[in-house]
Design a protein around this ligand. Sequence first.
Ligand SMILES: NC(=O)c1ccc[n+]([C@@H]2O[C@H](COP(=O)([O-])OP(=O)(O)OC[C@H]3O[C@@H](n4cnc5c(N)ncnc54)[C@H](O)[C@@H]3O)[C@@H](O)[C@H]2O)c1
Length: 257
Amino acid sequence: MSKRYEGKVVVVTGAAQGLGRALALGYAREGATLGLVDVKADGLAETKVLAEGLGATVETFVGDLSQEATVEALGAEVLARFPLIDVLYNNAGAAYGEVNTPIDQVSWDKFQFFLGLNTLSPLFLARALRPALKAAAKVRGSCVINQSSMASYQPAVVYGVTKSALNQLTWGMARMFGADGIRVNAVAPGLMETEASASSLGAERQEAIRALQMLPGEGSPEDIVNLGLFLGSDDARFITAEVMHCDAGHPFRAWRQ
Ligand SMILES: NC(=O)c1ccc[n+]([C@@H]2O[C@H](COP(=O)([O-])OP(=O)(O)OC[C@H]3O[C@@H](n4cnc5c(N)ncnc54)[C@H](O)[C@@H]3O)[C@@H](O)[C@H]2O)c1
């Protein structure tokens, strides 16, 4: 097993379950020290125990990333603990059953909630942690990875709009953070087997989505872990401003409505 992250610090948001937990454990397996953020204290504590079992040093930070004040407070807490950060993986995000809600049927408050969590928190957390990312960039390279979605190509649904805006932010952040040597990329997963995708889509809709893939089969969290490990490592040192798809060639990518 390679240890690409020995001596490196990786911060993962939304690490209490699903893709975030899988990512945290993937970075732990390769030697990273972890800063894990989530609103769910119990799940976060479980992830910490699992990562420590893999030999990682782990700090947890509990807070709500949908609110400006808590994003700022979390940023200050993480920065105080980690003066150098090699990877910020902005994975936290949600659809909470609103994955298909059309933009003409969503309330202002709900739209604002999803924009806050899925779109603004990655930007504002990265801004808060920029000094630590810059410090790491000077000595060994650093990067931000934003968790987008294949739904970012569905601009008529609320979840898709928030992820589409995240792609735009990724390109903008890559330009601005690049001045400090910090790479910024996004990962756009297709349908991955997690608790959230099962509960928000249901079996029938999942089957319909899979039927459109170019490749058969189910996406696993490990597919995203492998991409995250590559993108955060020196192997990707010349890659920035990319949205990398991991979706078995799903045609949502070509869908404009
Ligand atoms: N699973 C998929 O098929 C899929 C596909 C495309 C994109 N994604 C994206 O990947 C990410 C993870 O998805 P998942 O399937 O693991 O979801 P999940 O719901 O299992 O995990 C999301 C994590 O984010 C945390 N979170 C939610 N709201 C939060 C808040 N307000 N503050 C802090 N933390 C909060 C949750 O507690 C949870 O631990 C999300 O950004 C999602 O949009 C998932």
